[in-house]
Design a protein around this ligand. Structure first.
Ligand code: ADP
Length: 499
């Protein structure tokens, strides 16, 4: 008998600047990847838009290229998982299948005045936080949708005629891939709209009214590992089930096998995204971190939550050292330089380019370098730059542990800057729990694949997934405690002076 052809999960990773398609095998290995960038539109200062049709075409192109390049037959695809840039808002006409306007991207600040007005009513602001777990901001979908409904020609008529649909990027892709058969989103994406009650698990009527959103526009909310229909888009293999959907950060948490309270991951990219699983507890934050829904295995009956916080400037500081100061030629060189010196010679870089985030929350703070002496060298400065990433994550972890009333036992890391061994060692020295860097740092795509494969039985259960995880390297704390306390005191002092 001929051997059965190998089967795979395809993860569609729809990001802010590109759409990727990733092939994942049963052992959890990445066996192929295709990536298509798409256009960023900046119609006015502070505004950011994407063309939903270009999001779709780039995603389809990536998928097709992946299948062709790896000679994958449709019968070899078990299912599709989708992960996506969160909060980005799309409206489309259910009859024509066409968007009515460009998508408003999460980064877009056009609705900041609307949110300011909304938050002027303190009771309203507090109620929103209690219901959604979010601190009201233009970042989330609610005010973007209000803006689209008020400013898009034809939107009001289409809404009245029952033809208008709203969705985050996952919903838009699902609707297109199933040729309009399914209008749905998953709980993690819903929890970023600021229209969803994360405790009751439903769209919140009060918020819908406040933001002027008719309920008929909204997608159905389904579990992240669930049934999202089958492919029926022309030019694609048909009948492939879509079984996993999660927003990028929640997908990464799942891809890092953080399935239980106290498990956490940090992504070191342009900025950092730290998420800690808090089990069935929707922990409210005293430090203005947000409470969000975590992706769960199929059959989970009680909602699972996570706390989320971010560092605004992380890898971006390394880019700044490279592009603006010219101290390094490539980001990789930062590690070599940092290792040339035993310490920073007392230098601290506070990269508050756009203010200080959690737990300091000072939007007016600006970046500073402290402790310069005549002996300060390029290597000292670069080392201080790298260390500043770790100090910021350290502060964020302290705040999160305090909110969650739980200590992180292992911090799982990924993202572009997590390849820097010096940075990871220093981070572990500061934090104390060990850091685990998986062999595959594409946690986001892996998470979407896991969610799909658990639903179809491609993988049996969470234990099987835990068994697939291979660590490339574990970093354990090695620094002397007095030295550590001294460094932290120096950082705290630098932050104080910055404010
Ligand atoms: P994003 O997804 O946010 O675009 P990535 O996860 O691709 O970011 O990571 C890219 C970031 O990581 C860049 O800001 C870059 O400066 C930083 N980076 C990449 N390699 C290293 C390295 N070896 N050391 C420190 N920073 C690095």
């Amino acid at each position: 008998m001929p051997a059965q052809p190998e089967r795979f999960i395809v993860a569609l990773d729809q990001g802010t600047t590109s759409s990727r398609a990733v092939l994942v095998d049963r052992r959890g290995k990445l066996r192929g990847m295709a990536q298509h960038p798409f256009t960023q539109h900046y119609p006015q200062p502070g505004w950011v838009e994407h063309d939903p049709l270009e999001i779709l075409s780039s995603q389809l192109a990536a998928l097709t290229e992946l299948l062709v390049a790896n000679t994958i037959e449709p019968s070899q695809i078990d299912s599709i998982g989708i992960t996506n840039q969160r909060e980005t808002t799309v409206i489309w006409d259910r009859e024509t299948g066409l968007p009515l306007a460009n998508a408003i991207v999460w980064q877009c600040r056009r609705t900041a005045p609307l949110i300011e007005e909304f938050c002027a009513d303190a009771a309203q602001k507090q109620r929103t936080t209690e219901t959604t777990g979010l601190i009201p901001d233009a970042y989330f979908s609610a005010s973007k949708l209000t803006w689209l409904l008020e400013n898009t020609p034809g939107a009001a008529e289409a809404a009245r005629a029952g033809r208008l649909a709203f969705g985050t990027v996952d919903s838009w892709l699902i609707w297109q891939l199933t040729r309009g058969a399914v209008h749905a989103t998953d709980v993690t994406n819903a929890s970023r709209t600021m229209l969803y009650d994360i405790h009751q698990g439903r769209w919140d009527p009060w918020l819908l009214e406040r933001f002027g959103v008719p309920e008929a526009l909204l997608p159905q909310v389904r579990p992240s590992s669930g049934d999202f229909g089958v492919t029926a888009h022309s030019g694609l293999p048909s009948g492939i089930p879509i079984c996993g959907v999660a927003g990028d950060q929640q997908a990464a948490l799942f891809g890092q096998c953080c399935f239980e309270a106290g498990q956490a991951k940090n992504t070191y990219g342009t900025g950092c995204f730290l998420l800690m699983h808090t089990g069935n507890q929707a922990a409210a934050s005293k430090h203005q971190l947000v409470t969000t829904v975590a992706a769960s295995a199929p059959g989970t009956t009680q909602t699972e939550y996570a706390l989320e916080g971010s560092v605004f400037v992380a890898g971006a500081l390394i880019q700044w050292l490279r592009d603006e100061l010219g101290l390094i030629e490539t980001a990789d060189q930062s590690e070599e330089l940092a290792l040339l010196v035993p310490d920073t010679a007392g230098i601290y870089v506070v990269p508050a380019f756009t203010g200080l985030g959690a737990p300091h929350w000072d939007p007016h703070a600006r970046g500073a370098i402290f402790g310069l002496t005549r002996g300060a060298s390029k290597a000292h400065l670069v080392r201080a730059g790298l260390e500043s990433l770790a100090y910021q994550v350290f502060d964020l972890v302290q705040a999160m542990e305090d909110d969650a009333k739980t200590r992180i036992s292992v911090l799982n890391v990924d993202g572009g800057a997590s390849v820097n061994n010096f940075l990871m060692q220093f981070q572990s020295d500061l934090l104390h729990p060990p850091l685990a860097r998986p062999a595959i740092i594409e946690s986001t795509a892996l998470g979407a694949a896991y969610l799909a494969g658990l639903k179809t039985g491609f993988w049996r259960d969470l234990d099987e997934l835990r068994g697939l995880r291979g660590d490339d390297r574990v970093f354990t704390p090695q620094m002397d405690e007095d030295k550590r306390q001294g460094l932290i005191a120096g950082w705290n002092d630098a932050v104080r002076r910055t404010r």
